[in-house]
Structures are given as C-alpha cells and as structure tokens.
Design a protein. Structure first.
Length: 414
C-alpha cells in the first residue's frame, strides 16, 4: 500500500512539472503554424505518457525480462527528458518570481496612489522561456549525443614522481583500468579495440580496480576471451568493486549469492588476472621490489559495504620503499589511508565514472559527482601521498558519456 501511494505521488509530481513546463512551451511555440505547434505538443506529452506507462508496469514484471533496448536506451531517453525539464523549470521559476515581485510592486503602488489597473496580468518573459527551453533542450541533446561516446576510449597519461621509487623501476609503465561493467557492454568489437589500445601501450604491469560486472558473473561469459588478451610482463592484478558482490540484485538464497562471487573470482583466474583479496604482493625488477596492496571494496559512505581490510592486507608491506594500493572507492583515501597508512605512496581507485557527465577543459573541471565525492577523477595529492581516480572503462545506467570519456590510464614512474 505504501509503495503504491509513493508511486502515485511520483506520477502526480511528474505530471505537475510537465504542466508547468508546458506553459512556457506554449509561449515559445505560439508563433509557429498550427500543425507544427500541434506536433511539438503531441511529442512533448508522448514522452510523459510513455514514462508513466513504464513506471506503472515495471513493478509487475521482471525488469531484466524487458528487451535490452527498452532497459537501456528507452529508459535513458525518458529519464534524460525528465531531467531536461527539471533544469528548464529553474529558469521558469526565476521568471515567475520576477512576475510575482513585479505584480506585488504594481499592486503596492496602486494601493498607495489609490489607482486601479486595467489588467492584473503580467506576461511571461519570452527570453527566459526560450532560455529555459534552450538549456533543457541542449542538455537533452547532449545526453542523446553521449550515446555515441561510450566506446571512445581516451588514454590519460600521467608521469608520477616520487623519491621512494627504486632506480630499477624508473620508467615503469603502469596501465590502470577500472569499472568495466561487462553487463553494459554490447559492442564487443568496440571493446576489442579498447583492449588493443591498452596492449599497444606495451605496459609493464596492468592494474584493474574493481567492478568487473554490474551484478552477476554470467555477464562475463562472452567477454572472457577479449579481456584475456591483455598482456603485461609483470602481470595483471585486480580487486573487487562494490558491484562485484551481487549486493544489488535478489538471490534465492545466500548460497546462490556466494556461488556467483566464487564464479567471478574464478573468471579473474581464467583471464590470467591475479585477484588480490586483502593481501599484498611484491613486484620485482632489477633486483629491487615495490609493494602492491589490494583490498576488497571499502567505502566511507554508509550505503557501501566495507569488505576491505587494509590492516590485514598491509601486514609485512612496510619493507617496500614504494607502495601502491588498489582500492576501488576513492573515499577510502581520506577516511583511512591518509590517516593511518601514511607510507602508502600511491592509491589507485575508480568507482565514480566521473558520473559519465561533466566538463573537463584546461583550467576548468566540473561534474555533478564532485558534490558526492571530493576526489572523483584524475590525480590528487595530500602531502607525499597521491591518489589517482580512473573515470571508468565501461558505463552503468546511462548508456553513454558526455564530457567524461571512458578512460585508459597510463602511469609512468619517473
């Protein structure tokens, strides 16, 4: 009953927003021909009708049973259209606040002067209406354009300096990838090209920092061969992310969930990846060693489980002059690493995806995810400690990227 009530509250709210935005749409289309105006209005309300129908039927069907096109693209388009209207509404609210203040000023003046007005109506601002629809429409257009960016892998090059790096490791090439989310990947040829880009970099070692799947190990069944083709002479090392545990889908029993996780761990082994589970290993080169620590998922935010045990993984790692920590969630850095493990030189994370939406140009970086995660993409420093947050190889939810492209990180130790 409570769930049904919540659904109807959401639907009513959505319709009220649509009605509100529609008033400005009518204004900016008033000069168009009647046929064109009618077509625009029908298209506008068609999106709303489709969204309501989907919202009503999803609770009564198995979501995964829906065709993938509906699950991925139709829902993304409808959600994007709703967000665009919400953003446009901000401009309309500013306009209505202006109208209210102007109306109040006129009424006050009339009351003082004892005058009467021919009309109490204050028209909407055509400029603000166009601006709101323009911004909202541009956002919606950008989200549609972003569908084509999800496999445009960008190589981010970082030259990492530290006095703790042994001479034998100077010039070592590290490739980091993160957040593959194999259940979302539907163009295997495009994924293969991404893997080829990695191998073309000729990395000495590859680190994968979690979220191989969206929820289930079976998502990797048709992709094992692709990711098995990654090559690095010093090895490929991986950790688990929050999505790898199957925490976000229902299981018939605890045993089924455990079997899923065991299958996923076995897939890492099949691909030749060394999965680090709250432990560390030594990388050796030219008679010198550096430590690589890998922990299970550990997030500072309450809605993410803490499977990781850095204290356990660190034991014995103090012997290495340079230490790299693989930890999926970047919030771990401020919450525990910098506070209690000050000799960890570099932490590699993922998790945020840069929210797959933002702006990154010289001198300016912004993404909505920065209001949730202080460190969300790129290199960060705290004293002599560093954190690098990879923006993700794959995608989740929204099947695209706007401004934040899928990332392959090349880190060279210098």
């Amino acid at each position: 009953m409570k769930r049904l009530l919540g659904s109807w509250i959401f639907i009513i709210t959505m319709v009220l927003i649509d009605l509100y935005v529609f008033q400005s749409l009518k204004l900016v289309t008033s000069s168009l021909s009647s046929k064109l105006r009618l077509g625009i209005h029908i298209a506008y309300w068609s999106f709303t009708a489709a969204a309501i129908i989907l919202f009503l039927i999803i609770p009564y069907i198995q979501f995964e049973a829906l065709p993938k096109f509906i699950r991925v693209y139709v829902i993304a388009i409808l959600f994007g259209f709703f967000i665009a209207k919400f953003i446009a509404m901000i401009f309309f609210l500013v306009d209505d606040a202006r109208r209210l203040l102007q109306w109040g000023g006129v009424k006050t003046y009339q009351l003082v002067k004892g005058e009467t007005s021919q009309t109490d109506a204050i028209s909407r601002s055509l400029f603000l209406s166009w601006l709101g629809i323009g911004v909202g429409g541009s956002l919606f257009g950008a989200l549609l354009y972003g569908f084509g960016n999800k496999y445009r892998y960008r190589i981010e090059k970082v030259r990492f300096r530290s006095g703790n790096i042994p001479t034998a490791f100077k010039g070592l090439k590290i490739v980091q990838i993160s957040d593959i989310h194999s259940g979302s990947l539907d163009d295997l040829q495009a994924v293969k090209k991404g893997i080829e880009k990695i191998n073309d970099l000729q990395p000495d070692v590859i680190f994968f920092t979690g979220d191989l799947v969206n929820n289930m190990a079976k998502e990797m069944e048709d992709k094992i061969a692709i990711f098995s083709s990654l090559k690095a002479p010093l090895g490929i090392y991986s950790i688990l992310g929050n999505h790898d545990y199957g925490d976000y889908v229902p299981w018939p029993n605890a045993e089924a969930k455990k079997d899923n996780l065991d299958s996923l761990k076995n897939i890492h082994a099949q691909m030749g990846w060394r999965l680090l589970l709250n432990e560390h290993i030594a990388l050796e080169k030219g008679g010198a060693s550096i430590g690589v620590i890998g922990i299970e998922n550990w997030g500072a935010r309450a809605n993410f489980a803490k499977y990781g045990d850095l204290k356990k993984a660190y034991q014995g790692a103090d012997q290495y002059p340079f230490k790299i920590l693989l930890s999926h969630d970047p919030s771990h850095w401020d919450a525990e690493v910098c506070k209690h493990f000050s000799d960890i030189d570099l932490m590699l994370s993922g998790h945020t995806h840069g929210m797959q939406f933002g702006v990154e140009i010289p001198g300016f970086r912004w993404s909505p995810v920065q209001y949730v995660y202080k460190q969300w993409g790129g290199l960060y420093k705290n004293g002599e400690q560093h954190l690098y947050v990879n923006r993700g190889f794959g995608f989740l939810g929204y099947p695209g990227r706007v401004g934040i492209l899928p990332e392959i990180t090349l880190i060279e130790l210098v």
